[in-house]
Design a protein around this ligand. Structure first.
Ligand code: ATR
Length: 282
């Protein structure tokens, strides 16, 4: 490999549509600089019809890899040479590594990102108790898989559209997932050591999630993967009840850390400089 190709291999990017609000360039460029990697991470708007062309371009330009976000996480799969088993189970890819020979492998780091953020924020989270997941989209599937891998005893899942929760429980639950009716979610709180909101409710421009936390145990942890705003109405309510809370920004950071490791083989963390840089953007 020539010196020029080596340099070009340090390039990475995120593709999505739209992409203008992505915080991923801030995160990856911070780590590249900190690790002394001479490269860059860009955000590239790629429409649904342009996926194949973008991939060919990344390969030709010697990219180390790229992230994939909405709406391409599922659509990208047929264009890849390989898909890692966990990403296959999630039915979605958020990270692609391009090997020196151009082979493209898809991974999904969302589940590990969610779990790492939880462990770093609340090291003593009650993992011996059931988890309650709200929502049944791609993020819920990633959360369920990530938490099942942590050997939690049971994952309860609840969703406005019950059939979607049932599909996830049937596909990945292996007897360790149960479906709770959306209208009964306040009762399920009583048994949960961890409550994770994966719905869009509480996000800027969306209605708040209606969630009665009055039955929560004292050591229950409330986790919202929404990070705009950082303290959602759900987390504000949890904090007012003296429950421990986990904000969603760390999930974004730690899924990125796992991607960074896949591309560059370097371990990185959510350091204070990065925290200030990210929180300054809100
Ligand atoms: P992602 O893949 O990012 O998880 P998604 O697939 O769009 O996103 O899922 C959004 C989640 O928010 C779903 O669980 C959705 O519930 P439905 O499956 O019933 O659509 C949930 N959601 C969105 N708006 C909601 C609302 N007003 N009330 C309750 N749940 C809502």
């Amino acid at each position: 490999m020539t010196e020029d190709q080596k340099t070009r291999q340090k390039k990475a990017a995120v593709i999505g549509w739209p992409i203008s609000h992505s915080l991923s360039p801030t995160i990856h460029n911070h780590w590249m600089q900190a690790a002394g990697i001479d490269g860059s991470y860009d955000k590239i708007a790629v429409g649904p019809e342009a996926i194949e062309t973008a991939l060919a371009q990344f390969k030709a330009e010697g990219y180390a890899g790229f992230n994939v976000t909405v709406p391409h996480k599922e659509a990208i799969m047929p264009f890849l040479d390989k898909v890692a088993p966990l990403a296959r189970q999630m039915g979605a890819v958020n990270t692609v590594k391009i090997a020196d020979d151009g082979t493209m492998t898809g991974f999904n780091t969302d589940g590990i990102g969610l779990v790492t953020n939880l462990k770093k924020t609340v090291p003593g989270w009650p993992k011996d108790k059931p988890v309650l997941i709200l929502g049944a989209g791609g993020a819920a599937r990633a959360a369920a898989l990530g938490l099942l891998m942590e050997e939690v005893p049971l994952v309860m899942i609840t969703n406005r559209t019950r059939a979607k929760a049932e599909a996830i429980a049937n596909e990945i639950g292996r007897g360790r997932m149960t479906v709770v009716d959306w209208d009964d979610r306040a009762d399920a709180v009583a048994a949960a050591g961890l409550i994770v909101n994966t719905t869009v409710l509480g996000m800027k421009g969306q209605p708040a999630l209606e969630m009665d936390l009055s039955k929560a145990m004292k050591d229950t942890v409330v986790y919202d993967i929404v990070y705009q705003p950082l303290m959602t109405p759900l987390l504000q309510d949890a904090e007012a009840r003296s429950l421990r809370v986990v904000t969603g920004l760390g999930m974004l950071v730690y899924q990125a850390a796992a991607a960074f490791k896949i591309w560059f083989g370097v371990d990185v963390d959510y350091d204070d400089t990065l925290r200030a840089e990210l929180e300054g953007q809100f």
